[in-house]
Write a protein that binds this ligand. Structure first.
Ligand code: TPP
Ligand code: MG
Length: 333
């Protein structure tokens, strides 16, 4: 259960590296654009950006197979893009438009895709953890070999329902990977101020769930650990815990004054550990891509993101009649 070092990088193909680079850059540029639209008043309500954490979801998605499931918290745009959901549909939902994944009725925290097996988008801290175990239960029951990636934060890891879930997931050997995205803060509370047990990856020990700590700024280290977790779960050995140490560059949400940490702390992480810069370096030093190639990729990605913003702006607001669709009960006549 010890923290692992990054894997040897020489055996990674140029194609693989380029793929991670593009996927992480799409999330970064999309989130930057979402931040801009928020500032312009085009996105209302809650909006939690994922900038800085891109390597977590991209590294793990590289280990997923068709039919595997994922569920996460409100910091969810990166997860949606990484599993192949359409940027147009995500941006339209952020702006509350009818072309969005929830027809403009869900917003940032409440999007879903049955097709991509993305089960949300949950605003209540840790609520998705038992739900993730439930998804894994369904797959175990069907015996279909699928696994569920259940993502939650360092703050959520202190919730009681997480341990009730660990207990049942271990008892029933559920194929559930508990992915703790430890970005070091829960809103304005630093992890060291909120727990006497900072090695979150050890917290399954009481239930016999193996866990490991992973460098979440290194996409290759994440993928490497993800492969071990997936292998464990798919072979019927029960759940697995990955505590992925990452960092969010932006505030908790768009309304965070960020007084609980220094600018220098954030800048140091950006300068020394940025997940996209690390892969960029590997691509350049390995001569897998030139500066011009990377510029062209950035241009291409910005085009996709700008198109999603245009799509969102042109998509109409939901019709009032939508108030009566997708609800649990029909209104009584
Ligand atoms: C049950 C519950 N309690 C409190 C909140 C308010 N709240 C929203 S996010 C958050 C912090 C969670 O931090 P963490 O799990 O580390 O996730 P991160 O935001 O860092 O991704 C809190 C306390 C909530 N949404 N739900
Ligand atoms: Mg956190």
């Amino acid at each position: 259960m010890a923290a692992r070092k990054s894997p040897v990088k020489s055996n990674v193909s140029a194609e693989e590296l380029l793929g991670y680079y593009k996927d992480m850059l799409l999330i970064r540029r999309f989130e930057e654009k979402a931040g801009q639209l928020y500032g312009m008043g085009l996105i209302g309500g809650f909006c939690h950006l994922y900038i800085g954490q891109e390597a977590v979801v991209v590294g793990l998605e590289a280990t997923a197979e068709d039919g595997d499931k994922r569920i996460t918290s409100y910091r969810d745009h990166g997860h949606m893009l990484a599993c192949g959901m359409d940027p147009n549909g995500v941006m339209a939902e952020l702006t509350g438009r009818s072309g969005g994944y929830s027809k403009g009725k869900g917003g940032s925290m409440h999007m879903f895709s049955k097709e991509k097996h993305f089960y949300g988008g949950h605003g209540i801290v840790a609520a998705q953890v038992p739900l993730g175990a439930g998804l894994a239960f369904a797959d175990k029951y069907k015996g279909n070999g699928r696994v569920t990636f259940t993502y939650f934060g360092d703050g959520a890891a202190n919730q009681g329902q997480v341990y009730e879930t660990f207990n049942m997931a271990a008892l029933w050997d559920l194929p559930c990977i508990f992915v703790i995205e430890n970005n070091q803060y829960a809103m304005g509370t630093a992890q060291k101020r909120s727990t006497s047990s900072p090695d979150i990856y050890t917290r399954g020990a009481a239930f016999g769930i193996p866990g490991e700590a992973v460098d979440g700024m290194d996409v290759l280290a994440v993928k490497d650990a993800g492969e071990r977790a997936v292998k464990h779960c798919r072979s019927g050995k029960g759940p697995y815990i990955l505590e992925i140490k990452t960092y969010r560059y932006r505030g908790h949400s768009m309304s965070d004054p960020a007084k609980y940490r220094t600018r220098e702390e954030v800048q140091k992480m950006r300068d020394e550990r940025d997940p996209i810069e690390q892969v960029r370096e590997m691509l350049l030093t390995g001569k897998h891509a030139s500066e011009d190639d990377l510029k062209a990729i950035d241009k291409e990605i910005k085009k996709v993101v700008n198109a999603s913003a245009e799509f969102a702006k042109e998509s109409p607001l939901p019709d009032l009649s939508e108030l009566w669709t997708d609800i649990y009960a029909e209104a009584e006549a």
